[in-house]
Design a binder for this molecule. Structure first.
Ligand code: ZN
Length: 157
């Protein structure tokens, strides 16, 4: 191949990449890490005593069948999730996999655009459009089968 062909191809490649890169809604930071726990009080005690973090809120999210406790680490929250009903998503998760990291949540300026971008990239969505989550965030979940096994949440204020 003559040298100039290679050169032109690189420019096209660069421009296409630039377009994709700049048009894609990108997360601003990790909003929170959701952790499934079997006992919220015990879990809270660990984060308070061992890590020295302060629980700033406890909230029950009835439609998710969970009780949550929040800790701030820099800009990122730790969200402890205790099931209030074995049939709820956290109850089922613990039954299948045991306690541990449940999901990763990314903060976006516009959660609905971010969900649409992911869907356009072939990701299966659990929530096609955002809904109200804990701490009155707008949230939407991506299916873990499309996200390398990590249940992924998108959210915005
Ligand atoms: Zn979450």
């Amino acid at each position: 191949m003559p040298n100039y062909c290679y050169y032109n191809f690189n420019i096209v490649y660069y421009l296409v990449n630039q377009f994709i890169y700049t048009s894609l809604m990108k997360p601003n930071y990790i909003e929170h890490i959701g952790i499934a726990v079997t006992n919220l009080d015990e879990a809270k005690a660990y984060y308070e005593k061992v890590l020295g973090l302060e629980c700033y809120a406890v909230e029950e999210v009835a439609d998710q069948k969970v009780k949550t406790a929040f800790f701030m680490v820099g800009q990122t929250k730790i969200e402890l999730l205790e099931s209030t009903d074995g049939e709820g998503p956290i109850g089922k998760f613990i039954e299948k996999k045991g306690a541990g990291v449940h999901h990763l949540a990314f903060a976006f300026d516009d959660v609905d655009s971010a969900l649409k971008d992911a869907e356009n990239n072939g990701v299966t969505l659990i929530d096609k459009t955002s809904r109200k989550g804990a701490e009155s965030l707008r949230i939407g979940f991506l299916h873990p089968k499309s996200t390398l096994g990590v249940l992924t949440e998108f959210c915005s204020k």
